[in-house]
Design a protein around this ligand. Structure first.
Ligand code: 13P
Ligand code: SF4
Length: 328
């Protein structure tokens, strides 16, 4: 029985994995032996970020996926990110550590309901946030990320009707920034909308010198209070370049790993969430499904693999490529 068959038979996380430093060394050795690249979003655990060849926001990760020369792509993030890498690399193997690492935004758009919205606005240009399934990307004219959503909307003629899906908070932010009327899909990121305005207000009293920096997936009431709004990469750059030394960071707490490395002498305070979780901050349960053990197994077995039909991939690629061309 070959390894793939064995993995299918016993379940790919059943094999015992090395522990501690041996596990880290084994991941590095497997990566080299298989000419694999590890791409990781800022929201995965720091220990995974440390093993990745590239860590970034959704735009940077798409660009890295487009340009990689590796034979095997291991995407440590969530499912739609693995799909995005596959859309861009149909001939390469794309593997994710946990197939069940989803996203509340991607889950908020059933294909049939989206088709009905499109049918109600047949002339509208469809802009979809990258946090959606490949099926929705295939029904889209141009993808955007939180880094370029304003630029993407501004690239569309002013008199053109626009459907913007699935993040309504990002959509409202873009509508406000561009002065455009957008037809919004009412999806939300369960992590960002859980950031507590009340607890933030208290923090602002305790740390009056702090700047509040926020991801545009946050609720409008929080974005209104923010001193700076941007994608994860933009937030990281902001703390690096701002003369200020204290920041309240209103996004998923994984970003603090790179922030602390970039500005070890600055005071970074994760924004508090309503949810009483281990860190009392905003944590994405899906991103946290990525573990070193699962990463090892993904590399070892080259499973679970992302597959897409060409019927979905080709139109999804067109929408994604339209964004990548605009963001060159
Ligand atoms: P960015 O990577 O564009 O900052 O978006 C954050 C996010 O929620 C990814 O799931
Ligand atoms: Fe989705 Fe929010 Fe998690 Fe990002 S942080 S993957 S948008 S649920």
């Amino acid at each position: 029985m070959n390894l793939i068959d064995e993995a299918n038979e016993v379940g790919y996380i059943a094999r015992s994995t090395p522990k501690g430093q041996e596990l880290i060394d084994a991941i590095k050795a497997l990566k080299k032996a298989k000419n694999a690249v590890i791409l990781a979003h800022y929201y995965v655990d720091g220990e995974i970020q440390e093993l990745a060849d590239y860590v970034g926001d959704s735009l940077g990760l798409s660009q890295a996926a487009e340009n990689t020369e590796a034979d095997l792509i291991i995407f440590c993030g969530v499912h739609f990110m693995g799909e995005t890498a596959k859309i861009l690399n149909p001939t390469k193997k794309v593997v994710v550590p946990d197939f069940n690492a989803g996203c509340s935004l991607a889950d908020s758009v059933p294909v049939e309901e989206f088709a009905a919205l499109k049918a109600a606005h047949p002339k509208a240009t469809v802009v979809s946030y990258i946090n959606c399934s490949a099926d929705i990307k295939a029904m889209t004219d141009i993808i955007c990320t939180s880094s370029n959503a304003v630029q993407v909307v501004e690239s569309i003629p002013a008199d053109q009707e626009i459907i913007f899906a699935p993040d309504a908070n990002l959509g409202r932010y873009v509508a406000h920034k561009t002065g455009r009327d957008l037809i919004l899909w009412e999806g939300a990121c369960m992590v960002h909308i859980d950031i507590s305005l009340e607890k933030l207000a208290k923090l602002k009293i305790d740390f009056p010198e702090a700047l509040l920096i926020a991801h545009p997936e946050c609720k409008e009431v929080i974005l209104k209070e923010a001193d700076y709004v941007g994608s994860t990469t933009a937030l990281l750059k902001f703390v690096e370049t701002s003369p200020n030394t204290t920041f309240i960071v209103a996004t998923e707490a994984g970003i603090l790993h790179k922030m602390k490395q970039a500005v070890p002498n600055k005071h970074l305070i994760p924004a508090p969430a309503n949810e009483q979780n281990t860190c009392a901050c905003a944590e994405c349960p899906y991103m946290k499904m990525n573990t070193l053990e699962k990463l090892y197994n993904a590399l070892f077995y080259e499973l679970p693999e992302i597959h897409l039909s060409e019927k979905v991939r080709v139109p999804a690629y067109k929408a994604l490529k339209a964004m990548l061309e605009l963001s060159k």
